[in-house]
Each structure stands twice: as structure tokens, then as C-alpha cells.
Design a protein around this ligand. Sequence first.
Ligand code: C2E
Ligand code: CA
Ligand code: CA
Length: 258
Amino acid sequence: MESLDRTELDFLLRDSVENGFRGFAVSYQPQIRTGTGRLYGAEALARWRCARFGNVGPDVFIPMMEENGKIVELGKWIFRKAAEQCQKWRGIQPDFRMSVNLSCRHLEKADMKQFARITLQRLGLPARNMMVELTESWPVSGGKEGEELVFGLQETGMGLAMDDFGSGYSSLLSLQKFPFQLVKIDKDFVKFAAKDGGQDDFVPSLTRLCHSVGRQVCLEGVETGEEYEAVRRLGIEVMQGYYFGRPVPAEEFERLYL
Ligand code: C2E
Ligand code: CA
Ligand code: CA
């Protein structure tokens, strides 16, 4: 994107946040229990549409908001929306799990834990129905404060998931150090798993590693029946990907999956 566009986008993003998150929405992507095919829960994903540029992808606006700091407010807004939705869907499926992404910028603000606690309390939503996804480089890059926040989030009773496992650095150290309940294997690995009739041993090996240290596994990015066929017998607990369903607005999610 040209620098002129970036300046304008940056302005429009700030303007949206300051005007009640105008143009922002949350989409929900289903996560499936591999064993039974039942719904496990959903990942809440941010969407943004503006009059000037139309739909702008999170791969564009999330890094920009991490840079200008607005990601902290957006993260809270998404958390609250997703928690409200989860409270509603818990009425239909009591063990429904809602996952929310937190950015590395949140660890500079110690109040995220307090915010989460108060939000859950207000809604009467049990913490176990919520899951927080952190990227693997997150606690490492976050230093001491980051570490404290990770343990603090765990104290609230919410689940912790390590996102994009295998794609960054220091992932094994983070896996060893932090109480992640679920490890999400990065979506790029699925492609290899399905190649050459499932000869590639990466996904099976990563899965065994996670299981051997007591973590559950979610495989992301399963797009086709062939891919699913190649990984369905590996004992992976949860799967997510276009094969099971794309991220959709709340009403559509409810109609399709609940
Ligand atoms: P992520 O956390 O890894 O989220 C999963 C991304 O993979 C989503 O992209 C989802 O639409 C996409 N995806 C799901 N299934 C498949 C599949 O089968 N094939 C392929 N090729 N892709 C699949 P999305 O929604 O564009 O989000 C991109 C990234 O932006 C997210 O990656 C996350 O890092 C970030 N993001 C999105 N929403 C939020 C948010 O509310 N807060 C923060 N901090 N980051 C967010
Ligand atoms: Ca995620
Ligand atoms: Ca991911």
C-alpha cells in the first residue's frame, strides 16, 4: 500500500475507534471437536469496513492498530462483544468456548486482566467458556510484564491458547514455560500433511510433542476433504478451517452451527 493510503487509513482507523468503533464488526469461525464432529466453539475475528476503502483485511488493519496503539481499545471491544455472544450461545450449548485474540500491545497495559474479570462478572459468564489466543512470540517479546499478564489471565480461569505454533521463534520455550491448555498448529503445516499421501511427519510429530507435555491441539487451516482425511486420525482434539466453515457474522453462525 502507498504511504499516502497508509496515512489516510491510519486516520480513518483512529476516527472509527473514537466514533464508537464505526465500521468494525466481529465474525465467528467454527471450531470442531475431531472425535465427535460436534461444535467446540468459535474464534472471534475482527472485521472492518470503511466508506473510502470498502472491506479492509485484518492483515492490514491489525498491524496498523498495533503501531498506533488503538489495538488495545479494539481488543477490549472485541472481547466484550465476543463475551456477550458467548453468554447467549452458552444457553444453547453450555460448554461453548469462545476464543479471542490478544495482541502483544495488551501486555503493556496491566488492566486487561481486570477488564476481562469485570466483563465476565457483569455478564455472569463463567471464565471457562472463554479462551484467549496469544501468538507464540508474545510472552517472550513481552518481558516480565508480559509474563505476569499471561499468568494473570490464567488466574481469571479463562483458557489460554498458543496461536500459530511453529511459525515464529522461541515457541518451545513458551510452550514449556506457560500454562497453555490448547496449542494451535499454524495453518501452513496442513498443506504438507496432505502432500504425497500423508507421508510428511510434521503435523503428527508436533501433535505428539504437544500431547506428551499435556497440551491439547487445534489444527488450523483445514481447507479440503483430502486434508481432513490426512489428519483426522492423529488424535488432534480440535480443528478449524474453511472445510468446516468460514468466519461469518453472529446471526449466520447461530443459524448454521447452533
Ligand atoms: P489468526 O489468529 O491466525 O486467525 C486465523 C486466520 O486464518 C483468520 O484470518 C481466518 O479467517 C483464517 N482462516 C481460517 N481458516 C482458514 C483456512 O482454512 N484457510 C486459510 N487460508 N485461512 C483460514 P483473518 O480473519 O483474516 O485474520 C488474520 C489475522 O489477523 C488473525 O490470524 C489474527 O492474527 C489477526 N486478527 C484478527 N482478528 C483479530 C483481533 O480481534 N485481535 C487481534 N489482536 N488480532 C486479530
Ligand atoms: Ca487466532
Ligand atoms: Ca492462527
